[in-house]
Design a protein. Structure first.
Length: 110
């Protein structure tokens, strides 16, 4: 990727990474790192790009989760309140059980 310019940085869900790399693969062969990333993204993405963005928006609408946190939650898809709390602790944020339940309700409403 020599000569490519970084135009910005934004957190995106794994399903979108997979879609972007699949499109790039159609244009030409992927490098080793790109192939490994594509394989990982395809294996561990749980929802479609559209559904991921919908879930992320609903989580951010709760007003206590940033976009980066919403991406992490959609990528990991936690199943318990404890898992949600652990994810939030990565950003040194404590949430209540009620807030964790709100997140779980959104994620489970697939």
């Amino acid at each position: 990727m020599i000569g490519k310019e970084i135009k910005g940085m934004k957190a995106i869900p794994l399903c979108e990474v997979a879609r972007m790399l699949e499109e790039r693969q159609k244009e030409g062969e992927l490098g080793f790192e790109q192939k490994a990333t594509l394989d990982y993204a395809q294996k561990y993405s749980h929802v479609s790009v559209e559904k991921a963005h919908e879930l992320m928006q609903k989580i951010m609408d709760l007003q206590f989760a940033s976009e980066v946190m919403a991406v992490k939650l959609v990528d990991i898809m936690p199943k318990t309140e404890e898992e949600v709390k652990l994810i939030f602790q990565q950003e040194k944020r404590d949430i209540t059980s009620a807030q964790a339940k709100q997140v779980l309700d959104i994620l489970s409403a697939l």
